[in-house]
Every structure is written in structure tokens, then in C-alpha cells.
Design a protein around this ligand. Structure first.
Ligand code: PLP
Length: 389
């Protein structure tokens, strides 16, 4: 959906746009919360006259509010919402790739994206090569005549590598290709890829944007008018759209995104510091640590370092599995970005599809999604779990 007229909040801060853009009081009733338009179809009165709304697969006012608001937060001219993050990714692949095409992906990235490429898109004769995008020269070297795009995550999931989005976009554009960024981990509050030169931004709104682990959703933002027109057709023609209640929940979550992210970042930073000092911990992967290889770049590219912390256990795979079973406040769960703290073991959870390949997750690595509970309770739980190993 593309905003019809000018946004009266266009010049406002991020926090204000999160609360107000496309969320003006309902003209029919004055409702200050965007209503849940729980309807499949809309009545018209003349077959020859265009109606603003016809059928909810093609467009729904609750979904439109979310699409316009998220587009504003990402600095995109156009936004499209989906039933899940992977449905959004699939829409981007349909938009940009044809049989015979090739794309470059990071060496570390979300396991579901890997599965979509390896188990669905390879059968459509779309191939991919994985490279360490922390080195933009590696992207140039991997670029083939059939390469159409580079798929970026930064920070990556689960190793939290930092990729120079401006540099990688520059390489892709120099080769006549495009740069797509999965911005799920930082959220638009910490990083806006289109402003850094990327062409398309994609989200699992299930994570920080929704923020409460109570809804699935996806989003695609882009500013090229021609591609947006095609994506609008694809969205309606293939139909992986979210329902109005789901859109309402994400829209509600977005209102507190900035506040939540600030607390996620502060708590994660405290967790990273505590883990660094614990003898049961091997290495700590957090871009906020001065020793992290991407620290300086993250300082330039992001507003903060995010709520995710990954680390290895000195005792290896067995210790990692015992740790995951020993936390109490941190539930063992394969998601991230909610208000509650979660611990995940990527090799058997989020990155299971990569097992047995050279992209497999480190068996000694544990991933934390640090929530916004009281930091003392978070630290105490991690302490008791580590101390008991
Ligand atoms: C969760 C996630 C996805 C997939 O989103 P769903 O909403 O679960 O389909 C994509 N990318 C990243 C980085 C994720 O964490």
C-alpha cells in the first residue's frame, strides 16, 4: 500500500510517526485506535465506479495503516504486509528472481531463509552462494553473470556479524544488481537500510515490531515505483496477506518500539558484560563489545547494538545444551524480539535446516533474546544457570 496523500507527520520524529502515521482518528467514528476492519469484502454501489476498498486480499484499511506506518519508519515510499516474515521473503524472491538466476547470501543467516532458498527456490532453478559479507570484496568475487541480488542480514542471526550495508549495496549496484536487507534483528529503530543504499527491506514483524510474541507477520518496504506496482499485484495475486487482527497487534506493538528497543539494548549490553566475566563462557558475540570485529561499523551504522546476545560455552555442546535447560526466567523458545527473555539453541531450533551443511550453527553456541524484564532478574537467572554447569 502506498500513502494516498502527503503524511502530515512526515517531518516528525520516529517515535511520533510510530504512534501517528496512518493512525489519525477514524473519520467515521473518531476512534483513536485504528479499528480492526474484520471484513472480507466491501460493498459498492456502482459496478463502473472505483471503490477505495473492494476485497481484503487486495487491501484492508487496518492492513493499509500498518503498511503505511512501517514504510514511513523504514523511509520507504511503499510498504506491503504479509502473513509471516517468510511469506514476505518469498514475495521479494518472486519479485526479483527468475529461473536461472543466482543470488549471494551471507555465511551466517536465518535458517528459515536458508530452507526457503535450498528447499523451495533451488527447485525453481534459482541458486545461491554463501559468502562472508563482512568482507564486501568477497561479494564482488562471488558475483556471477546470473547474479541478480545480494541478501543481507546485519546483525546476522545467530552470530551477530555486522555487514557494511552501504559498501555491499555499492558493490551490488556496481554489478547492476540489487541489495535486499532482512532488517528483523535491529528493527527500523536501530537501522534503516534504504537510507544506507539498500533497495528493498524485509522484516519478520513477528519479532521486535510486534514485540509481544503474540502474532506472526512480515513486511516489505521499497521506494522504486515500478517494483512496488508489481509487488502490489503479487501480494493480491498470491494472497499471503495478514488478517486485520494480526495487523492491529503489530500496529499496537510498533507504538512502543522505540521505548522497548532502548530497554532491550540496555539489558543486552549488561548481559554481554556479565557473560564476558563468567568462567563458564567461551566467547561472547555482541556488536556492542569493543572487541567485536564489527563494533566500529555498528557504531556508525546503528543507533544501538540490539537486544540479541550470542555466546559459546567453554564446555562446548554438552554445556550449551545443559545451559538451555537450566534457565528459569529465559524460556527455551525459537523466536526473538518479544518483551520476554528467550534462550535458543540454533543447531536444533532456528537453524535446524542447515544441519550437516557447511553453514551449520556452532554446537557450542547459545542465542539469547534479552527481554525487557528487570535487568537484575535477567542477570541473576543467567548467573544461576552458568554457575550450575
Ligand atoms: C523469524 C525470522 C524470519 C522469519 O519470520 P517469520 O515471521 O517466522 O516467518 C526471517 N528473518 C529473520 C532474521 C528472523 O529472525
Amino acid at each position: 500500500m502506498t500513502r494516498a496523500g502527503p503524511d502530515p507527520f512526515a517531518g516528525a520524529t520516529f517515535e511520533t510517526r510510530a504512534i501517528h502515521t496512518a493512525q489519525e482518528p477514524d473519520p467515521a467514528t473518531g476512534a483513536v485506535a485504528v479499528p480492526i476492519y474484520q471484513t472480507s469484502t466491501f460493498a459498492g454501489d456502482d459496478v463502473d465506479r472505483d471503490q477505495p476498498w473492494t476485497y481484503s486480499r487486495s487491501g484492508n484499511p487496518t492492513r493499509a495503516a500498518l503498511e503505511v506506518c512501517l514504510a514511513s519508519l523504514e523511509g520507504a515510499a511503499h510498504g506491503f504486509c504479509y502473513a509471516s516474515g517468510l511469506a514476505a521473503e518469498d514475495a521479494v524472491l518472486r519479485l526479483l528472481l527468475r529461473p536461472g538466476d543466482h543470488l549471494v547470501v551471507p555465511r551466517d543467516f536465518y535458517g528459515g531463509t536458508y530452507r526457503l532458498l535450498a528447499r523451495v527456490w533451488e527447485a525453481l532453478d534459482v541458486r545461491f552462494t554463501s559468502v562472508d559479507l563482512a568482507d564486501p570484496g568477497a561479494l564482488d568475487a562471488a558475483w556471477q553473470p546470473a547474479t541478480r541480488l545480494v541478501w543481507v542480514e546485519s546483525p546476522t542471526n545467530p552470530r551477530l556479524d555486522i555487514v557494511d550495508i552501504a559498501a555491499v549495496s555499492g558493490v551490488a549496484h556496481g554489478r547492476g544488481g540489487l541489495c535486499v536487507v532482512d532488517n528483523t534483528l535491529p528493527s527500523p529503530w536501530l537501522q534503516q537500510p534504504l537510507a544506507l543504499g539498500a533497495d528493498v527491506v524485509v522484516h519478520s514483524t513477528t519479532k521486535y515490531l510486534g514485540g509481544h510474541s503474540d502474532v506472526l507477520g512480515g513486511f516489505v518496504g521499497l521506494s522504486d515505483d515500478g517494483r512496488a506496482e508489481r509487488l502490489a499485484l503479487l501480494q493480491s495475486a498470491t494472497g499471503a496477506v495478514p488478517g486485520p487482527v494480526d495487523c492491529f497487534l503489530v500496529l499496537r506493538g510498533v507504538k512502543t518500539l522505540a521505548l522497548r528497543m532502548e530497554r532491550h539494548c540496555a539489558n543486552a549490553s549488561a548481559v554481554a558484560g556479565m557473560l564476558c566475566a563468567h568462567p563458564a563462557v567461551g566467547s561472547v558475540l555482541y556488536p556492542g563489545l569493543p572487541g567485536h570485529p564489527g563494533h566500529e561499523l555498528a557504531t556508525r551504522q546503528m543507533r544501538g547494538f540490539g537486544g540479541m546476545v550470542s555466546f559459546t560455552l567453554a564446555g562446548g555442546e554438552e554445556a550449551a545444551k545443559r545451559f538451555c535447560a537450566a534457565t528459569r526466567l529465559f524460556a527455551l523458545g525459537g523466536s526473538l524480539g518479544g518483551v520476554e527473555s528467550l534462550v535458543a539453541y540454533p543447531p536444533t531450533m532456528s537453524h535446524f535446516a542447515m544441519q550437516g551443511t557447511d553453514l551449520a550453527a556452532d554446537p557450542a553456541l547459545v542465542r539469547l533474546s534479552v527481554g525487557i524484564e528487570g535487568v537484575d532478574d535477567i542477570l541473576a537467572d543467567l548467573h544461576q544457570a552458568l554457575d550450575g554447569l
